[in-house]
Design a protein around this ligand. Structure first.
Ligand SMILES: Cc1ncc(COP(=O)(O)O)c(C=O)c1O
Length: 388
C-alpha cells in the first residue's frame, strides 16, 4: 500500500508545540520548524478510522482497558522486540516522562544519585533534579560522530547510583546499543542491585533492516528492569498521552504502582487507548513505509552536509528520526549559534546545550517531515553559513 509522506500538511493553528509555539520560544514564526520530536505526518489511516469510529459513538466516560489492549502490547513486544511480556507486568501511564518521574520518586530517596548518559534528552536531568536527587553522569564518548560508552567511568559511577536511566535508542546521539553494551551495563546494575529504567520510546524506528533488542528480551535483567515503551513517537500520536511501563519484578512494580494509583494516573485517555491498540495491531505496514521514507531523509541530511557543508559533522542515526549535528567548526558560542540558526538561517532546531554541557556546539534536527521541507531547511542553513 502506498502512503504519501511527501504531502505537506499545514499544522499551524492546531495547538501544536512544534509550529504554534515558535514565536514564544524562538522569537519569530517564519521558521522551518525541526525541533520537538513529533512528526509532520498524519497518523496511519487505520488509526484514524478507529478514532473516527470511537468519536462517532459520542460517549466518553471512564475507561476500562479490555484484554485486547494488553494483548496488542504483548503482540508488539513479541514481534518487534523479541520479548514476551506478561500482562501483569504492565503499568499504563500518561507518558514515558511521567513514568520516569514515578520511578525516581518511588525507587530513590532525596539526595540519592541517579546515573544518566549525556548528552541526553532534557527531562532526564529534570526528573533527577526536580526531586532533589543528585545527577551522576556517564558522558558518552564521541568517536568521530559515533558515541561509545566509557565503560571504566560507568563501572565507577554505577556503584554509587540508586537508579540508572538508560535511553535506548539514544536521543539525541542516535545509538541503538549493542547486546554486548547492554549486557555490560545490565550485568553491573545487577551486581550492584541498581534498578535500570530503560526508555525505549524510539525503539520502533530502526534502520538497515535491523531489529530492536532491548534489555527485556535478554531475560537476565528482570529483577532490576523497568522498560518504558509507547506508540507516541513511531505513530505520531504523542498528543494522546498513552504509554506503558513494563516492570517484571513485583516489588519494584508495587512501589511504582502505589504512587501511580494514588495519583489516579491509571484512568487514561479514551482516544489514546484506542490509538495504541490500533497502532500495535493494524498500522505495521504504515510504519514500515514510514521507516523507508525516514531512511531517505536521514541519508539526505548526511549526504547534503558531506557535499555542501563539509565543515559540519553528522552521523547516520541507527534509530529514531533525530540527527545530531556538530556545528562547532563555526566557532560560535551556544547563544550565538542559536541566534545564527534562528535569525539568519531561519530554522528552529533544538540547541545541543539543552542536552547537557557535552551538547555544546551541536544542534538536533528532527527529520520526520516531508522531504521538501527538509530540503528548504538545509538550503537555508547552507546559505546562512556561506554568506556569514
Ligand atoms: C527519549 C525520550 N523519552 C521520552 C519522550 C517523551 O515521552 P512522553 O511524551 O511519552 O512523556 C521523548 C520525546 O521526545 C524522548 O525523546
Amino acid at each position: 500500500m502506498k502512503f504519501d509522506f511527501d504531502k505537506v500538511v499545514d499544522r499551524k493553528n492546531t495547538g501544536c508545540f512544534k509550529h504554534d509555539a515558535l514565536t514564544q520560544l524562538y522569537g519569530r514564526d517564519d521558521l522551518i520548524s525541526l525541533w520537538v520530536a513529533d512528526m509532520d505526518f498524519p497518523a496511519a489511516p487505520c488509526i484514524q478510522e478507529v478514532l473516527q469510529k470511537r468519536l462517532e459513538h459520542g460517549i466518553f466516560g471512564y475507561n476500562f482497558r479490555a484484554d485486547s489492549f494488553f494483548e496488542a502490547v504483548q503482540g508488539w513486544t513479541s514481534r518487534r522486540y523479541g520479548w514476551e511480556v506478561e500482562k501483569d507486568w504492565m503499568i499504563t501511564t500518561p507518558g514515558v516522562v511521567p513514568a520516569i518521574n514515578l520511578a525516581v520518586l518511588t525507587l530513590t530517596k532525596p539526595k540519592d544519585k541517579i546515573l544518566i548518559q549525556t548528552p541526553v534528552y532534557r527531562p532526564f536531568f529534570s526528573a533527577v533534579e526536580d526531586h532533589d536527587r543528585c545527577l551522576l553522569t556517564n558522558p558518552l564518548v564521541n568517536d568521530n560522530g559515533y558515541y561509545r560508552i566509557d565503560k571504566k567511568d560507568f563501572e565507577a559511577k554505577i556503584r554509587q547510583a540508586s537508579l540508572f536511566i538508560l535511553c535506548n535508542p539514544h536521543n539525541p546521539v542516535g545509538r541503538m546499543f549493542t547486546e554486548e553494551e547492554l549486557s555490560f551495563m545490565g550485568d553491573l546494575c545487577k551486581r550492584y542491585n541498581v534498578p535500570i529504567l530503560s526508555d525505549e520510546i524510539h525503539a520502533d524506528i530502526v534502520y538497515d533492516g535491523l531489529q530492536f533488542r532491548g534489555l527485556g528480551s535478554m531475560k537476565s535483567y528482570d529483577d532490576v528492569l523497568i522498560t518504558c515503551i509507547s506508540p507516541s513517537k513511531s505513530f505520531n500520536i504523542a498528543g494522546f498521552s498513552t504509554a506503558i511501563a513494563i516492570v517484571p519484578n513485583p516489588k519494584l512494580r508495587q512501589k511504582i504502582n502505589d504512587l501511580h494509583n494514588s495519583l489516579h494516573l491509571f484512568t487514561g485517555n479514551t482516544f489514546g487507548i484506542c490509538a495504541l491498540e490500533a497502532a500495535y495491531t493494524c498500522a505495521e505496514p504504515w510504519l514500515e513505509a514510514l521507516i523507508q521514507y525516514l531512511d531517505g531523509n536521514r541519508k539526505y541530511i548526511k549526504s547534503y552536509i558531506d557535499k555542501h557543508l563539509p565543515m559540519l559533522k553528522v552521523n547516520l542515526p541507527e534509530a529514531g528520526f533525530l540527527s545530531w549535528i556538530d556545528f562547532s567548526a563555526l566557532d560560535m558560542n551556544d547563544n550565538d549559534l542559536f541566534d545564527f540558526l534562528t535569525n539568519k538561517a531561519r530554522v528552529a532546531l533544538d540547541p545541543g546545550r539543552k542536552f547537557g554541557v557535552d551538547g555544546s556546539g551541536f544542534s538536533r534536527i528532527n527529520f520526520a517531515c516531508p522531504r521538501s521541507y527538509l530540503e528548504e531547511a538545509m538550503r537555508r542553513i547552507s546559505y546562512a553559513i556561506k554568506t556569514r
